[in-house]
Design a binder for this molecule. Structure first.
Ligand code: UDX
Ligand code: ADP
Length: 463
């Protein structure tokens, strides 16, 4: 008989993953539980106003919610009922004590492990879904199995979905990774979890390893991706200085199949909940094992990313005649990338703070991220502060000296840029940090244009 599944943590990972598992396993009951009652209420809302925005997610939830997918705050009953317990609670970067600023804060994970142990009334397979430091599974296994009435087998099943394409990534993943102990119980537990995914993922794409390899692979994969973004951004600075065009360089480089075309888009730097956190974790791990040069190497990936945002502000400063005080900048996009409302570690947040330090009047617009932006900037965007939030990009740009495009939402290239130009103060500047607008057309309209990794206007101030 197929075993029922519970996921503890109804966030960006738990929610979409379980919705897709439920859709593809109609004969299994899938429960998603969380301590956050308002989050669960949103997952259960009549109008399907889900707590996270993901294209196509609402369709999947509509199809299965109440049939074999259930959201609840009753963690105790769900753990009792289900043999397979996924854990998708948050593991933010630790901000205190040992490893502060680098290591993962495991308090939510450990609290969850203790809950599972307390509520279980039989043997359980516990599956790490949150990104966790290498060897966490062993620590969890020690907590769970010490003087326990039941047997717990801990597996690692890292999630590789990207936000904005979560449902697509879940439905057709490049690979599914399941790591587990290489003993009899571990191999049997791995087979149980393989079965869940084999309902729709071709068997050859389901890869099994030992626990440590699975845990480390997640960090290594994200660190490699983050490093590609920092590498192309490092090249972008050089392109601006020399007159090369980073998009051309990336296109030709990417044609080499050993390099590949993906993740070579220069921009404002990487954001999102994973990249910085995972690289920092890798740095911490390297330091813990005395691999100091490797730790420094990965630290530079983050340093380069921060530098990219500092560079954006200094280029804007130069292009606006070395003074930004009291000038109005319309920030187009605040989410860390398009098609998500998520603003965790968004480059736009860093840039907004740097501009606020320069006393810029900032109007922030974004189709999905304004509620998060308001929360993130609450300490500097109170009443009477120089930051306003505006749904309508045309209104945001009215009277502005510059439009600073931070997120590549597809709606921005389709705007009426002549109308925007007419409503702005002159000279009107567009700084397109995603190189997604038609620069030629903007210049024809009369804008001064800045990009990342290409010297469009040719003037030294644009550098
Ligand atoms: C990432 C990983 O892709 C995913 O496998 C993992 O499970 C979670 O972390 P995500 O953070 O959702 O996913 O977004 P991703 O699409 O990877 O983009 C991360 C950041 O890099 C974004 O800020 C994006 O704008 C930036 N990026 C990406 C670039 O600047 N250039 C690129 O070429 C690609
Ligand atoms: P992720 O991006 O890793 O999915 P999120 O922050 O979006 O992270 O979601 C994690 C969820 O885990 C949150 O909704 C949080 O309330 C929940 N959570 C944290 N600790 C516990 C716990 N002990 N029991 C149940 N849920 C928890």
């Amino acid at each position: 008989m197929n075993k029922d599944v519970v996921c503890i943590g109804a966030g960006y990972i738990g929610g979409p993953t379980m919705a897709v598992i439920a859709k593809m396993n109609p004969d299994r009951k899938i429960m998603v539980v969380d301590i956050n009652a308002s989050r669960i209420a949103a997952w259960n809302s009549d109008d399907f106003e889900l707590p996270i925005y993901e294209p196509e997610l609402v369709d999947v939830v509509r199809e299965v919610r109440g049939k074999n997918l259930f959201f609840s705050t009753d963690i105790r009953s769900a753990v009792k009922e289900c043999d397979i317990v996924f854990v998708g609670v948050n593991t933010p970067t630790k901000m205190f004590g040992r490893g502060a600023g680098r290591a993962s804060d495991l308090q939510y994970w450990e609290a969850t492990a203790r809950e599972i142990k307390e509520y279980a009334d039989g043997d359980k397979i516990v599956v790490e879904k949150s990104t966790l430091p290498v060897r966490t599974a062993a620590a969890m296994e020690a907590i769970l199995n010490d003087h326990a009435k039941h047997r717990f087998t801990v597996l690692s099943n890292p999630e590789f979905l990207a936000e904005g394409t979560a449902v697509k990534d879940l439905l057709s993943p490049d690979r599914v990774l399941i790591g587990g102990p290489q003993d009899e119980a571990g191999i049997a537990a791995i087979a149980e979890v393989v079965d869940i995914y084999a309902a729709w993922v071709p068997r050859e794409k389901i890869m099994t390893t030992n626990v440590w390899s699975a845990e480390l692979t997640k960090f290594a994969a994200n660190a490699f991706l983050a490093q590609r973004v920092s590498s192309i951004n490092a090249i972008a600075g050089l392109c601006e200085a020399t007159g090369a065009d980073v998009d051309e360089v990336a296109r030709v480089m990417g044609a080499d199949h050993r390099i590949g075309a993906k993740f070579l888009k220069a921009g404002p730097g990487f954001g999102g909940s994973c990249f910085k956190k995972d690289v920092l974790n890798l740095v911490y791990l390297c330091e813990t094992f005395g691999l100091h040069t490797a730790a420094e190497y990965w630290t530079q990936v983050i340093r380069m990313n921060e530098h990219q945002q500092e560079r954006i502000v200094s280029r804007l400063f130069k292009a606006m005649f070395n003074t930004l005080a009291n000038k109005k900048v319309a920030m187009f996009g605040f989410a860390f990338k398009a098609d998500t409302g998520d603003t965790r570690e968004t480059p736009a947040g860093t840039v907004a703070r740097l501009l606020n330090d320069e006393h810029v009047r900032l109007a922030i617009t974004d189709p999905k991220a304004i509620p998060n932006a308001k929360r993130d900037l609450a300490d500097i965007a109170g009443d009477g502060a120089g930051i306003v939030f505006e749904e309508d990009p045309y209104v945001a740009a009215e009277g502005a000296d510059a439009v600073l495009l931070m997120t590549d939402w597809s709606l921005y290239p389709a705007l009426d840029w002549r109308r925007i130009f007419d409503s702005m103060r002159k000279p009107a500047l567009v700084f397109d940090t995603r190189n997604c607008l038609d620069g030629e057309e903007l210049r024809r309209i009369g804008f001064k244009v800045l990009n990342i990794g290409k010297d469009i206007c040719g003037a030294p101030t644009c550098r």
